[in-house]
Design a protein around this ligand. Sequence first.
Ligand SMILES: Nc1ncnc2c1ncn2[C@@H]1O[C@H](COP(=O)(O)OP(=O)(O)OP(=O)(O)O)[C@@H](O)[C@H]1O
Ligand SMILES: [Mg+2]
Length: 420
Amino acid sequence: MAGDFFGLSGHVIDGQFHAIEVAGDGGFSVVYRGQHLTLREPIAIKCLKYKHKDPAILASFTQRFFDESRIMYRLSQGNLNIVRAITTGVTVSPTKGASVPYMVLEWLEGESLSQRLKRLRAAKGPGLPLREVIEMFEPAALAIAYAHSQGVVHRDIKPGNLFMQTTQAGTNMKVLDFGMAKVLTPEAMGGLESAATLGGVMVLSPQYVTPEQLEKSYGPVGAWTDVYAFALIVVEALTARRARVAETFPDLMLQITQGDAPTPRRSGVVVSDAIESVFERALARDPKDRYPDLGAFWGAVKTATTTPAPEKPVAIPQDLGSTAVMPQSRAPTNFNQTMPLSPRQSSVAPRPPFAGTMPLPAPQRAAPPEPEPTPAPRSPPRPPQKHQDERRPVLVFFLVVFVALSLGASGLLFVQMLRS
Ligand SMILES: Nc1ncnc2c1ncn2[C@@H]1O[C@H](COP(=O)(O)OP(=O)(O)OP(=O)(O)O)[C@@H](O)[C@H]1O
Ligand SMILES: [Mg+2]
């Protein structure tokens, strides 16, 4: 853990917030694990780290920092997977003697997604299965989608800003750090003006930076910016590798502005066509080709995983003189295993071998009147089993028996009548 930049560990801030130890040290802040003394609840105390001495820049930093807490407070009221801000204030560093703006947040037990992914990469195994990844990312996806619906763009989606909170109910991914957030609709955020960055500085994480954040020619930053970064992180969880691997910083920049989108398939993961094309779109270099916001992207991911893959027709070979087509996804790879031949079918004259794996059903007229075997679950639909002419002799037989019985009964009745 990084050092205590402000020397606040062990101190009580404003008589209420006990800073216990450093829990995280980011680019702009030091986060302490703490305790709310009156509520007796664990809290996080995030203190703004700054190096500028210029009072104007410091004032702008402080304002932006407080704006961040207001954004989080508002958003967390609508979605519980956005870390909740409790209050803000300014304290004095016991070691530096300088003013330290701080915000108090709900404490999250667990680890950041960057720690989780680091362990996954270190294991050098395969990535996580798609189903697990979707389940894992869903709370954060919905939280960011909610922020977008409120006109807030995060702009700094990266694994360090997603947190795997562990609760009694399980693990839940939450969204942290709206320090770079851009407010597009101030009225939705209680009149909060924004689009300003901390002191005019925009610090981005090179691994998750988007083309439009690097090159103005791609147009403005928007909710689509979060879509791109979020999709990159999902790919990292699927592959257990970094979505972008480059030797040098300029190489990395070149990859972002000129390389192919690092979709799951290009990163070596086997996924359906539907999933691949969803990621192709989410990671499109040109923001105009992307999903407009996270809600649209996540909706497409869910649809692509729940809808069965479109069935591609596979033509039955010509030598069978058939025009029948079989949906590819239903064609068994080894027909003998999935549908054993019944005695009736095996009595049919052998057919010439063919390249396809799907034999045609036996001719219906050749079938003797024995009960049909239970069809295997993957078998194609069968036509009606019995024809009219097969039933006729049975009907005639029953008619003759019926007439004979009727005549016999009438005779007996007649004899009875004579006796009486
Ligand atoms: N509420 C919290 N509960 C527990 N840990 C937290 C909390 N908030 C932040 N942290 C920890 O502190 C780290 C840094 O937090 P945060 O991202 O908010 O700060 P930052 O200075 O803006 O970071 P960066 O510039 O690296 O994005 C997180 O990755 C997380 O490990
Ligand atoms: Mg952060």
